[in-house]
Design a protein around this ligand. Sequence first.
Ligand SMILES: Nc1ncnc2c1ncn2[C@@H]1O[C@H](COP(=O)(O)OP(=O)(O)O)[C@@H](O)[C@H]1O
Ligand SMILES: [Mg+2]
Length: 306
Amino acid sequence: MTSTEPVPGSGPETAPDDRPPSQGGRSALVEEGAGVVEVDPDHSGVHELSCAVTGAPIVIRYADVHKAFGTFKVLRGLNLAIPEGKITAIIGRSGTGKSVTIKHVMGLLRPDRGRIWVGPDELTAMPDRRLRAVRNRFGLVFQNAALFDSMTVFENVAFPLVEHGRDSRAQVRKKVGQLLAQVGLSGSDDKVPSELSGGMRKRVGLARALIRDPAFLFYDEPTTGLDPILAAAMDELIVQTQNARPGITSVVISHDMSAVLRTADKICMIVDGVVLHQGPPSYFVQSTDPLVRQFVEGNVDGPMKV
Ligand SMILES: Nc1ncnc2c1ncn2[C@@H]1O[C@H](COP(=O)(O)OP(=O)(O)O)[C@@H](O)[C@H]1O
Ligand SMILES: [Mg+2]
């Protein structure tokens, strides 16, 4: 699976985390200040590589992804590797491109430049029809839960299955019941979203994201808007959900460092459109880098300006 293709985008004008030069066409582990990162110099595919932070195989990979809206450059050569069967957190300040990053892997946005793989499949080389099939393997828990206000909890959770139309009514009822129990909402089937607390709405959103047994589960700011107790309960539910489905790959987008330190196996920090720091939680706890410290401690003073 080696190719002789040159590494794109390694000019001096691009990201601070540009890959080092090719190392004989083999994947390499490279010390990069921020810790060990995986390097795949010829982009020969994600399936051969394992994650230096968790040891798990890499199942989603972004290589040198650029995305601008008009003249505003959001992603500037993003390299990101998501390990299979683990919880990866993507953190960064508001507006740094976290949601834009996940919209790319769901096929909702196309990069201006760079490549993205899900398993052995390169999304960036796929026609829209095939992208839709890939998208079906993803569950997304939206920041605002994004429930249908006029539908009951049951109908909201069942919606992706009903729309898909493959399951009998009895199967739908059984699956919805199981998932509502798993997220701690048994007996709430007939409530409508306006009768639920913010924390309950997020749980309904999680049950809905799980109903089609996704291979990949993405949470966009799952604890935003919750009080600290409900946020901690949601964090616990993310870990429980992961543990109950060992094959599932979870990605949690957050600006809350203390939350992801409790839950994530790998943390990737986006700064100025690139992953500037990545590692296990212990890396972020111990790092003396002023930017990491400012983020971990939530300081107003530091290299990042308010
Ligand atoms: N479809 C779009 N059109 C124009 N600008 C966008 C679009 N989507 C996102 N942006 C801009 O890109 C930046 C990153 O957005 P986003 O990924 O949502 O940030 P966050 O890290 O908070 O999730 C923001 O400045 C946002 O306004
Ligand atoms: Mg966002």
